[in-house]
Write a protein that binds this ligand. Structure first.
Ligand code: PLP
Length: 394
């Protein structure tokens, strides 16, 4: 017997991964410089020098310290380093024991959803569309229904009235991702305050508890707009984070879940996340990269490189007449497809070796996501293909 649901997840790959694999094949066939792969959020900016220095230092440690198991929750020194950094930046009072280190944001989210959902009771988790497509998979595997609520289609801010209308007695969580993948929107403090009030009102109305899950792997990649610290706005919040983007370490798998002490069910929720992680086969986050955190927790990303790419892409596509959402953070550009069917538009782009991601899997038809964490040359060199694509529709 083979589980049909798991077979389905394994054989229907994510559209982002499928396009990235196609791009790799085309690069091998016709040359890397002739393929414009804007699919995967795999940062081309190198990991900072401090990371290499930290790894080199760690390599001198005794083997058991370097390669041995750590506590499942993570090394106390690494969790303390993260807590100290957050406290300095956000004026909070977090302790090492509020943090659970994970192999990136993906398992942090999968465990958090499992910790919040009582399967078989019709639980619902709200996501703001467009959203990172893997959320749906993790939510459904936790035993909940993924409820998509469209963002404001002008500003791509959260449409709080639409969220309020979607809240039910079954809602157990809402996911907020700011700076947003795929739109680059940063949700203002006022929006988050109003959202918090809507959640509080629903809790009173239904006699339930609704946790805000703030997924923040792009927190430090911003272009002049501040990212509000949500646990200081709404108590029943959990934060998931990853160093995949900020330190360009997506293959190394390191991140965390923070259950702030202000969360009214702090102790139970923290224990449930630990339990859920255990059921998912988590043993500990990679030991070497827990050590890297101790040294590099405050090392900033190379925002200047992304800002330069953002400028080249937005000014280039703007001149060609494309409509896009000005990104305030992260490294994705949300571009309106030149026909209503984003997939058909993608097929035309693909014929020109241009590989963005069509928007349907993000829960929002009619757009494509263009990841600009690529080399600057890829953006500059892709412009003639974007021009041909626009000319096709002129
Ligand atoms: N959340 C968002 C919004 C993402 O964009 C990603 C990865 O692209 C993840 C979570 C997963 O991050 P990680 O690679 O740390 O598992």
């Amino acid at each position: 017997m083979i589980n049909r649901e798991m077979f389905g997840y394994g054989s229907e790959k994510s559209s982002i991964r499928e396009i990235a694999a196609y791009a790799a094949g085309r690069k091998a066939a016709i040359g890397a410089d002739k393929v414009y792969d804007f699919s995967l959020g795999n940062p081309s900016t190198p990991a900072p020098d401090e990371v290499r220095a930290s790894i080199e230092r760690a390599l001198t440690l005794p083997s058991i310290q370097l390669h041995g198991y750590t506590p499942a929750v993570g090394l106390p020194e690494a969790r303390q380093a993260v807590a100290t950094s957050l406290n300095r930046r956000y004026g909070t009072d977090y302790a090492a024991d509020d943090l659970f280190l994970t192999a990136g944001a993906a398992p942090a989210l999968a465990a958090t959803f499992r910790a919040l959902v009582e399967p078989g009771e019709g639980a619902e988790i709200i996501v703001i569309a467009p959203y990172f497509p893997e959320y749906k998979l993790w939510i459904e595997c936790a035993g909940a229904r993924c409820v998509e609520v469209l963002a404001d289609q002008e500003t791509f801010d959260i449409d709080v009235d639409a969220v309020a209308a979607a809240l039910t007695a079954h809602t157990c969580a809402i996911v907020v991702d700011s700076p947003n993948n795929p739109t680059g929107a940063i949700y203002p403090a006022e929006t988050l305050r109003t959202l918090g009030e809507a959640l509080d009102a629903a809790e009173r109305r239904f006699g339930t508890k609704i946790t805000l899950v703030s997924d923040e792997p792009y927190r430090e990649i911003t272009y002049g707009t501040e990212v509000p610290w949500i646990p200081s706005i709404h108590d029943r919040t959990v934060v998931t984070y990853s160093y995949s983007k900020a330190l360009s370490l997506p293959g190394e798998r390191i991140g965390w879940v923070l259950v702030p002490p202000t969360h009214p069910e702090h102790d139970e929720l923290y224990a449930a996340i630990a339990g859920a992680s255990r059921t998912l086969g988590h043993v500990c986050a990679p030991s070497l990269f827990q050590r890297v955190l101790i040294d590099c927790v405050d090392v900033p990303p190379n925002v200047a490189a992304y800002a330069e790419n953002r400028e080249a892409l937005t000014s280039g596509l703007g001149k060609l007449g494309y409509d896009y959402v000005e990104p305030q953070g992260a490294f994705y550009l949300w571009v309106r497809a030149l026909e209503p069917d984003a997939d058909a538009f993608f097929q035309r782009a693909k014929a020109l070796e241009l590989l963005p991601v069509p928007s349907d899997s993000f829960g929002c038809p009619g757009w494509v996501r263009v990841g600009y964490c690529v080399s600057h040359a890829t953006i500059v060199d892709s412009m003639s293909a974007w021009e041909k694509l626009a000319a096709h529709y002129a």
